[in-house]
Design a protein around this ligand. Sequence first.
Ligand code: TRP
Length: 351
Amino acid sequence: MADNKIVLSGMRPTGKLHLGNFYGALKNWVELQNKYNCYFFVADLHSLTTAYQQTENLAANSEAMLIDWLTAGLDPQKCTIFVQSDVPEISELNTLLGMITPLGWLLRNPTYKEQIQELLKQKYAGQLDEKSLGEKLASIAGDEEISCFGFLGYPVLMATDILIQQATYVPVGKDQTAHLEIARDLSRRFAEIYGQQVFTEPQPLYTTVARVPGIDGRKMSKSYNNAISLGEELDSVRKKVMAMFTDPNKKGAHDPADPEGCVVYAFHKIYNPHSAKRCEECKAGALGCVACKKELFALMEPELAAFSQRRKIFENDKTQLAKIVKEGCARARENAAKTLTQVKRVMRIIH
Ligand code: TRP
């Protein structure tokens, strides 16, 4: 580890991850584990802030996500992997930080407004007009199913995740900026009220990530059925690569074509150091799609093989998986407990 600063990030367990998630976030995590003291956790409590009624797959999704992370190359020897709900210190600090969080901060949070709007629209699709939706949005009680205490308090829980581990850097997408700001504000407010700086002020860690489209050119998504999942069998991926959408105007192998918008080219940009050359060849009509796809698959193969090998190991050895999570949880709890004890001392609630 080059630097012992703490990096922390979490993901809600949404089910199996795909290459889009790998290139969008996980690959960055895998690299960060070599540089910093990293904590990565499954944010299962965060799932409850919206999907508290659908808990039937929560545990299974958490497990699937842990397997995906290990498949992607997170190494429990290098980083700490845990599940949020296994660290009760988080819930305890969440209660304490909730006491000092001004309601206005939460109500003004732009993601809160956007999300609630989105959820209201989904729920009342075609039933309520814009005006009634607006009224629901404006009222603090809003909609009973959607407007819950936990949902409003989402940024407090996220701040707790970060502050309790004393994270310096938080790799997140730009959409999480407002949440991170609340974490920083809370760390300062705590110091102002109790006269002691207990928390490290966290900073976002933005990285430019590669975007991979789904095999049909739309955003890669499980629900579009256009995804390549992490650790998918090689034969299955080969078929998907051969089925990737290309320039529809290219009819024959020797027609010139436009690589922009071609899914195969988007992947070459990630996997092929000579992608610029392939781009020129394609434009000149000197490269057929079949050859181009075959080359791509060959370039992807070593990484895919490593994924699928790791997936098999962890899928077939649940004891090992349980051990990894148990050890990660113990480390996360130990680190969290130190902060919590300090907080309680400063707040004078240790007797
Ligand atoms: N809010 C994040 C998301 O939905 C998940 C998350 C929860 C998180 N706690 C966090 C991310 C702490 C970074 C740090 O994607």
